[in-house]
Write a protein of this length. Structure first.
Length: 105
């Protein structure tokens, strides 16, 4: 199983979570910034993290997800976000859980 952790982070919060997720994954894994991720082809599982901007996914992440993971139910993609406010509204990721298949851990 090949796993990608990709993230967008301006001030480091989302990167900290990306580092923690990446550290827990065993086996074939890769970590990249969202800016250097062209698509999700070739990965069995992708963790995509981004900050909340103006109560939604940060714009570059929104565009990336619309282009490469348009179905929010896609089991191969786990999204997470960081935000200033606890429970900050973020359509597209709010209420969703990270999926951590045992096989990746
Ligand atoms: C332009 C901008 C808009 C933001 N809008 C929100 C918001 O609507 N709600 C919120 O809780 N946090 C908001 N934040 C705070 C960020 O989501 C939060 O600090 C996040 O953890 C930053 O992630 P990063 O350190 O990976 O860049 C905003 C930050 C920026 C820069």
């Amino acid at each position: 199983m090949k796993v990608l952790v990709t993230y967008l982070s301006q001030t480091g919060n989302t990167k900290k979570v990306a580092d923690a997720i990446f550290g827990e994954i065993k086996g074939d894994k890769e970590m990249k910034t969202l800016e250097t991720t062209s698509d999700l082809n070739g990965y069995d599982l992708a963790f995509v993290g981004f900050p909340v901007w103006s109560s939604g996914p940060a714009e570059p992440a929104k565009k990336f997800l619309e282009a490469h993971a348009p179905r929010s139910a896609d089991a191969r993609v786990s999204r997470w976000h960081t935000s200033e406010l606890q429970g900050s509204s973020c359509p597209g990721s709010a209420g969703r859980f990270l999926r951590l298949p045992r096989s990746a851990l």
